[in-house]
Design a protein around this ligand. Structure first.
Ligand code: IPM
Ligand code: MN
Length: 357
């Protein structure tokens, strides 16, 4: 198979983790006789520094022309402390999601048994958890009109949804539920928000087309609680952009660390694959970041964009074996587990690579 893959390392630890996602893709190409051609582009703070634009035209053009994109992370502390900055790294990510029509963000909560004790939650609560989040990604309060009064006495972000935006992601989530545990939980705040009432109406309607899937509606506050109380009760979770952003960070603790979670953003065209973690500038450049989320994002890319299920499984199995061998980056180490062997980013990446080859 011949494919073009665009690598967008982005900011902070994005650079050092994405290099391992890329090397894994190269190793898979070699092992299975595929031809993957790689190109690289700037986005985020690094792009602002180089061009003044968080998503340069060149990056967008390359993205549109590629068969799949592997992305690292975005953001810089500099902007967090300057809320009035007009040009911000995150704008690059939001714009590329919109431009590529990446309306469905799939975030699997993949639980490796070896990491049951890396979580702050009790192993018996976690064991057997398998959740697939469908987070809507190109609507909601993220993209509504923003306003700030000049004297800084008032600000507003408009939350809105079109019916078609809810419909298309609901179909994707139901189709996935059919191939899994046949349960779908739609999370909203329909007791308060009009957008959520529309969301619930649409999901109820679409549910009729999937009578084999059991549908439940849950308020976001309750869902946040249920997720740590009894995560096993969830199969597919369908939710809006902001709720999904928050719930999946919470859910990452089920898997032990943000450093373990990969995501796939899909829609009309090119798929976009990225860890759910951020740029973590506090540890950037120190060989401390966990490369497994990027490596698992590469596995999702192979599976979802290229339909290479066997190749994807080789990657997830290699991660599993590395964890079984006791290899840990600092974020998934457990002080009480004597057999844990702590590695840096590069050493962990190299271990997984060895297991693939
Ligand atoms: C994520 C991130 C982004 C989001 C930020 C960086 C804009 O937190 O992908 O979850 O909120 O969508
Ligand atoms: Mn997030």
């Amino acid at each position: 198979m011949k494919k073009n893959i665009l690598i967008i390392p982005g900011d902070g630890i994005g650079q050092e983790v994405t290099t391992w996602g890329k090397q894994v893709l190269e190793a898979i190409a070699e092992k299975f006789g595929h031809e993957f051609e790689f190109d690289e582009a700037l986005m985020g703070h690094v792009a602002i520094e180089a061009t003044g634009n968080p998503l340069p035209d060149e990056t967008l053009a390359k993205a549109k022309a590629s068969d799949a994109i592997l992305f690292g992370a975005i953001g810089h502390a500099k902007y967090d402390n300057d809320p009035s900055a007009k040009v911000r790294p995150e704008q690059g990510l939001l714009k590329i999601r919109k431009e590529l029509g990446l309306y469905a963000n799939l975030r699997p909560i993949l639980l490796f048994d070896e990491l049951l004790d890396a979580s702050s939650l009790k192993p018996e609560i976690l064991k057997g958890t398998d959740i697939l989040f469908f987070r809507e990604l190109t609507g909601d309060v993220y993209f509504g009109e923003k306003y700030r009064k000049e004297d800084n006495s008032f600000a507003s972000d408009l939350m809105n949804y079109n019916r078609y935006e809810v419909e298309r992601i609901a179909h994707k989530a139901y189709e996935a539920a059919r191939t899994r545990g046949k349960k779908l939980c739609s999370v909203d705040k329909a007791n308060v928000l009009e957008t959520s009432r529309l969301w619930r109406d649409v999901v109820q309607e679409i549910a009729k087309q999937y009578p084999d899937v059991e549908t439940e509606h849950m308020f976001i506050d309750n869902a946040a609680m249920q997720l740590v109380k009894n995560p096993k009760k969830f199969d597919v979770v369908l939710t809006a952009n902001l709720f999904g952003d928050i719930l999946t960070d919470e859910a990452s603790q089920i898997a032990g660390s943000m450093g373990m979670l990969a995501s796939a953003s899909i829609g009309d065209g090119t798929g976009f694959f990225e860890p759910i973690h951020g740029s973590a500038h506090d540890i950037a450049g120190q060989n401390k970041a966990n490369p497994l989320a990027s490596i698992l994002s590469a596995a999702l890319l192979l599976d979802i964009s290229f339909g290479l299920q066997e190749e994807a499984k080789v990657v997830t199995d290699a991660v599993d074996q590395a964890l079984k061998a006791g290899w840990r980056t600092i974020d998934i180490a457990n002080a009480n587990t004597a057999s844990d062997k702590i590695l840096g980013t590069n050493e962990m990446g190299a271990e997984v690579l060895k297991l693939i080859k």
